[in-house]
Design a protein around this ligand. Structure first.
Ligand SMILES: [Zn+2]
Length: 241
């Protein structure tokens, strides 16, 4: 059962204004709930019952193997976005609450999509409170997509750790990128669809040695940020063709 604090935080993450995040269900919180309910075609009574709760919290997951469009439309709210930055979480195969707080869309080991806590709209320039902080100095206008993997990995010598990236999540990535590119009219170029590891070299914004994504644990022949980035860009273009 979600607490009032959970509800308030979630409303903020989705771009609503429930007032102070104080755990008290006052008029402002109720008004924000009503606005949310209207947006989802629910009875606008300001009460978080089972249906509203499911709409607020229960839409985090898309099943693996789902064909056609895989990113739910309401994960992609109206916003002006300039680029997509691809990461790995350096965590486990399943998205944790912490993982979800840093990215907009996460891809688990079996290709299952999990919605991040912040709405993409919060990262529209200028970023708003609760935005997804995924890339140092480059969150404004940037959508963050992350593969859930690579906990305990190290770069040099390369050790893939306890959750090496799996092919299923890598192959789901271009499908997600293509849908985002279409929705936000983002061209697939090295400056607009890139990995975290490419940000410093391509955009000139320092990243403290981030190396996601420079290795594919299931394919040791591929090495380096550009090689990995070129692969997902080509696959994304193929999806868009
Ligand atoms: Zn990253």
């Amino acid at each position: 059962m979600a607490t009032t604090l959970d509800i308030q935080r979630r409303l903020v993450a989705l771009g609503y204004q429930p007032g102070a995040i104080d755990g008290i269900f006052g008029d402002q919180t109720a008004d924000a709930v009503k606005q949310f309910q209207r947006a989802r075609n629910l009875a606008a009574d300001g009460i978080v019952g089972p249906k509203t709760s499911a709409a607020l919290f229960g839409d985090a997951v898309v099943a693996p193997g789902q064909t056609g469009a895989i990113v739910p439309a309401d994960w992609m709210p109206v916003a002006k976005m300039q680029r997509i930055i691809v990461h790995w979480t350096a965590g486990a195969y399943k998205a944790s609450g912490l993982d979800r707080s840093h990215y907009h869309i996460l891809i688990e080991d079996d290709g299952r999509l999990v919605r991040g806590t912040p709405s993409i709209a919060l990262n529209q320039a200028p970023v708003r409170k609760g935005y997804a902080a995924h890339t140092l100095g480059c969150n404004s206008g940037s959508i963050g997509v992350s593969l859930c993997c690579m906990a305990g990995a190290s770069e040099s010598p390369f050790v893939p750790g306890i959750a090496p990236m799996k092919r299923a999540q890598w192959e789901t990535l271009p499908r997600v990128l293509a849908e985002l590119c279409r929705r936000y009219v983002i061209a697939v170029t090295p400056k607009t669809v890139l990995s975290h590891a490419e940000v410093q070299g391509t955009l000139g914004i320092k990243q403290r040695g981030k190396w996601d994504i420079t290795r594919l644990a299931f394919d040791p022949a591929v090495r380096g940020a550009t090689a990995c980035g070129d692969l997902f860009r080509a696959a994304t273009k193929e999806q868009l063709a």
